[in-house]
Ligand binder design. Structure first.
Ligand SMILES: Cc1cc2nc3c(=O)[nH]c(=O)nc-3n(C[C@H](O)[C@H](O)[C@H](O)COP(=O)(O)O)c2cc1C
Length: 310
């Protein structure tokens, strides 16, 4: 089994990757998508999305960070992938899942799933451009508005030379509404020889087992569940159905997050409240703290309140 921390724009940013790979056990994580249009992005953009490139392409816990791109220009995706590899990216991932209107309007993300030939062209351009020892992968949904091209896309991605494929088991039209159709990954897995990683709605150990059983995939990508329950990966590895971390452990983790300072302009208060809101679903202590800090704007005041919970 492999467990992978999902790319999530505005959520699994470098600080979150640092804390979650510090506390959990992931085989790798993936950056938020980096949008490519008509140029090779300057180094500071790479630094901002993936400061781990300056650390051998790994988080401080030693977990590799794959760089994800989104776009529809084969030459520019290829050139940026080469640049990312020069800067230290251990692997490249291509996004064919983003449901955002602005992204889709510019023919990026999940809308490309209506054009399997284009998907093939983009993956092939990147695969052909980066050195052979660097994996190139793709992440897709089941489709854009429907599932008529699910297998065409999977076959196109394989034929283009991708090393593996991650499938978020919903269409763009399904959005993020449960359920995720894990069983719909099974035919994809059977149709292609490259490894398939299953993703979507894994919030606990039982879900992980059910997803493996229904999809036939050993390897899982964890998204919101891993942020809501930071020890989710450990629970799945250990096959336990109860939390392994105490609230006190989590407080230490949250302080590490709050002290993370990779981008000065970043709104840490907002970011932290977003995380706390998610953790409130799993931890009563987080819910109580959320009620106390929701109107506080000062970071140090929030840290003080957090420390007072133990
Ligand atoms: C806030 C948010 C941002 C996301 N950003 C990305 C992204 O940048 N790249 C990507 O491939 N998927 C992105 N996704 C999709 C996730 O990687 C994942 O496929 C999806 O959340 C389903 O998994 P989950 O149910 O475990 O969260 C995002 C999802 C969320 C909720």
């Amino acid at each position: 089994m492999k467990l992978i921390l999902a790319p999530m724009e505005g959520l699994t940013d470098p600080i979150m990757r640092d804390v979650l790979t510090h506390v959990g056990r992931f085989d790798w994580c993936v950056t938020e998508f980096i949008r490519v249009t008509d140029s090779v992005l300057p180094e500071h953009v790479y630094d901002s999305y993936c400061p781990e490139l300056k650390n051998g392409g790994k988080t401080s816990a030693g977990t590799p960070v794959h760089v994800q791109f989104l776009g529809n220009n084969p030459e520019m995706l290829a050139a940026n992938a080469v640049r990312a590899v020069q800067l230290g990216a251990p692997a490249i991932d291509l996004n064919f899942g983003c449901p955002a209107k602005t992204v889709n309007r510019h023919r990026g993300g999940s809308i490309l799933l209506d054009e399997p030939d284009v998907v093939h062209e983009l993956v092939k351009a990147v695969r052909d451009a980066v050195p052979e020892h660097i994996p190139v992968s793709a992440k897709m949904r089941l489709g854009y508005l429907d599932e008529k091209h699910t297998l065409d896309n999977a076959l196109a991605i394989e034929a283009a030379g991708a090393n593996w494929l991650t499938v978020h088991a919903r269409t763009k039209a399904d959005g993020y509404t449960p359920p995720a159709y894990w069983e719909k990954i099974q035919p994809i897995r059977e149709a292609i020889k490259i490894n398939v990683i299953a993703n979507g709605e894994i919030w606990n150990t039982q879900h992980a087992k059910d997803c493996q059983l229904q999809s036939g995939c050993d390897d899982l990508m964890l998204g919101r569940g891993a942020v809501t329950t930071p020890d989710l990966s450990l629970c799945i590895w250990e096959n336990v159905h109860h939390p392994l971390l105490t609230w006190q452990d989590l407080v230490t983790l949250q302080i590490r997050f709050l002290n993370g300072n990779y981008k000065k302009a970043m709104n840490m208060v907002g970011r932290y409240k977003q995380w706390l809101g998610m953790m409130s679903k799993a931890y009563p202590e987080a819910k109580l703290l959320w009620d106390e800090v929701k109107r506080i704007k000062d970071l140090n005041e929030i840290i003080l309140k957090l420390q007072q919970t133990i």
